[in-house]
Design a protein around this ligand. Structure first.
Ligand SMILES: [Fe+2]
Ligand SMILES: [Fe+2]
Length: 659
């Protein structure tokens, strides 16, 4: 029995002497090859590969010319020629051409030998086509593997969820030669532990501008059914779904869009817990991948059923897609978690000092905007400085958390509005009231002694004078207290005022028990004589320590690779270009550009923020003037400040911040 199931007759042409045609037909029929007559009439085409079988007597001039024409023509990619002939003249003519396979007929008994030779030829062709089929299958498996590997790599690299969905759909369609398709994603239930009930339509490949919508995960839609069951469905013709099936096709889409859905393949995408997280739905497998389908094609032969190979490939793709989607979910969950943590931290700082409320968010907004402007800037000094998305995020976190270390500063120092704490001023106030009471007591005692020793008349003579004296002294004491209250304000005092205040430290009022009360204690005087602001050296050091606390806090966080610069950026937000900043005292070259940008935003916001108990808010113009001064003194970066001013960075955020 001749094996011929792999012989591709479409690729064979027989040239033969007319007198041999019926004999050849007979012999082919005997070996059960039908339609041989077709092989005689088929014309030679320029196809990838073709076989020409010449069966002839001895000298065949006409075939020789034709064959030479074929073998010398460049139009034919590949030709195999089998020559069955009597004698060797042919063999000699084409000896140098390897495409030729020769079989020699004997002088006698052609009838018997021809059958044998045809059987051998057929067997040879069988082996050839079988080998060829295996080879092309191998090539296609290799191609599939390569496509899947490439898709897998692309899916892993894509971090943007919408782009990922688009990529999955595009690759799925390509792999299965589908005309259309959609991706559905399972909606996460609001409460943890609940079963998902909805499927969200995310993307269609048919350019329909369809917005997102949701379907129930149930039998009312095929996609919902696949999500519910968790296994794939392949339908050859959606208009001929058996009545027994639990799912049904909804033709609304076809009607609305003048489309004809026929074949369909739906594959669930699952996560590592084997839970369905989405569905890939492919529509209408195209018979020819590069053809744009018309409605007639869709109704006719242009659409074919999806194959097992499509299912295999799509299953592999769905597996990779499921993992990639789950990864983006996990990444965004981690991001949300961290955002939440950062917001909670910012709230913790601002709750301790309500007057600085919103400071961290504003500094983050200004700095982010400034970075984007610097990124675009083509100024010579800034040309090389660019920021990608991850670096902007890094900068934002550093800015949001830059003052977090204030949680390590005592609250009374943090919110200190006057040079003296309220309790200290209150003690001084009571002391002065006491001093007045002592004066009054002495005054009345003196009057009593006079009355007792010299009588009422004498007392009356000097009483008014004594009262006057008392009143003057009381006013003097009150004046001293008022001077203390004035000195307590965070203003720059005249030198003289300090001297008056200092004299109070040596002024003592004696009491009955011999002890004295000092009008002003030395530490109180030192606080009141602070020349700038409200903080003494120690307190200033404590406030400044917030930067180190911030750094110590931030280095505890296991930042991802993209965010590793956060602690260092925040650490340098009070550094100055000339090295006079704190806590490191480093100079320009060592201060990260991100910290330099943050320093500008930080100063600007500290100056323009709402009124604080100890400081009036300045106008934007005034704040900019101060910043320009700071840049002239070598404290802040002039190039960055120029961008800050030119791009109106500070104004852009006013509205968003107010909201
Ligand atoms: Fe700070
Ligand atoms: Fe700050």
């Amino acid at each position: 029995m001749v094996e011929k199931e792999h012989v591709n007759l479409e690729k064979i042409i027989i040239w033969s002497d007319p007198k041999w045609v019926s004999l050849i037909e007979k012999k082919f029929t005997e070996i059960q090859v039908k339609d041989v007559s077709l092989l005689f009439t088929r014309s030679f085409e320029n196809k990838d590969e073709q076989w020409v079988m010449v069966i002839s007597e001895s000298t065949l001039g006409q075939y020789e010319t034709a064959l030479k024409k074929i073998t010398s023509s460049r139009n034919f990619n590949f030709v195999n020629i089998i020559v069955i002939s009597r004698g060797n003249s042919f063999r000699k003519s084409f000896a140098e051409l390897s495409e030729f396979i020769f079989f020699t007929l004997p002088e006698e008994g052609v009838d018997l030998y021809l059958q044998k030779i045809l059987e051998r030829v057929l067997h040879y062709l069988h082996l050839f086509f079988k080998g060829h089929k295996v080879e092309s299958e191998l090539v296609s498996v290799y191609k599939d593997m390569r496509s899947l590997t490439r898709v897998g790599q692309a899916l892993l690299l894509e971090k943007d969820f919408d782009k990922l969905i688009e990529l999955i759909l595009e690759q799925a369609r390509k792999l299965a030669q589908a005309d259309g398709g959609s991706i559905y994603i399972v909606e996460r239930p609001e409460k943890k532990g609940e079963k998902p009930t909805k499927l969200r339509f995310k993307k269609s490949a048919l350019n329909l501008n369809a917005g997102e919508f949701t379907l129930n995960i149930d039998k009312n839609s095929i996609a919902g059914y696949v999500a519910m069951q968790g296994h794939h469905i392949s339908i050859d013709d959606v208009y001929n779904i058996s009545e027994e099936k639990e799912y049904h096709f909804n033709p609304d889409f076809d009607k609305a869009h003048n489309y004809r859905t026929r074949s369909m393949l739906l594959i669930p995408m699952k996560n590592h817990r084997d839970e369905v997280i989405g569905v890939i739905q492919l529509i209408n497998k195209k018979a020819q991948s590069d053809k744009v389908l018309t409605l007639d094609d869709m109704r006719g032969n242009g659409v074919i059923p999806f194959t097992d190979r499509d299912y295999e490939l799509l299953s592999a793709l769905a597996g990779q897609a499921g993992m990639a989607i789950e990864n983006t979910f996990l990444v965004s969950e981690i991001k949300e978690l961290f955002e939440g943590f950062v917001k909670a931290s910012v709230k913790a700082i601002e709750q301790r000092d309500p007057t600085t409320s919103g400071h961290s968010s504003r500094v983050a907004a200004y700095t982010e905007e400034l970075a984007l402007c610097v990124d675009r800037s083509d100024k010579k000094a800034l040309k090389e400085i660019t920021f990608n998305k991850e670096q902007i995020t890094e900068l934002r976190y550093a800015a949001l958390l830059h003052d977090f270390g204030k949680v390590g500063v005592r609250e009374k120092v943090l919110v200190k509005a006057k040079k003296l704490y309220d309790s200290e001023l209150s003690i001084i106030q009571w002391r002065f009231r006491y001093i007045i009471k002592v004066l009054e007591k002495e005054h009345f005692e003196m009057k009593y002694q006079l009355l007792k020793m010299k009588g009422a008349e004498e007392l009356e003579k000097i009483e008014a004078k004594m009262d006057d004296e008392l009143e003057k002294n009381k006013q003097k004491i009150k004046g001293m207290f008022d001077a203390i209250v004035r000195a307590n304000e965070p203003t720059i005092l005249e030198e003289g005022d300090f001297k008056t205040l200092e004299s109070l430290t040596s002024k003592i009022i004696k009491l009955d028990d011999g002890l004295g009360v000092r009008f002003l204690e030395r530490p109180e005087f030192l606080s009141l004589s602070i020349k700038k602001g409200t903080l003494d050296e120690k307190e200033r050091g404590e406030i400044e320590s917030h930067v180190s606390h911030t750094y110590q806090f931030l280095i505890q966080i296991p930042w991802t690779r993209d965010l590793q610069g956060v602690p260092d950026i925040a650490h340098a937000h009070h550094e100055k270009l000339d090295g006079t900043g704190y806590p490191l005292g480093i100079e320009a070259a060592k201060i990260p550009v991100q910290s330099r940008m943050m320093a500008i935003s930080d100063i600007y916001d500290a100056l323009t923020a709402m009124d604080r108990p100890y400081k009036k808010a300045l106008s934007a113009e005034r704040a900019i003037d101060i910043l320009v001064d700071e840049s002239k003194r070598g404290h802040v970066d002039k190039d960055l400040l120029d961008v800050f001013i030119e791009a109106n960075v500070f104004r852009k955020h006013i509205t968003s911040i107010i909201h």
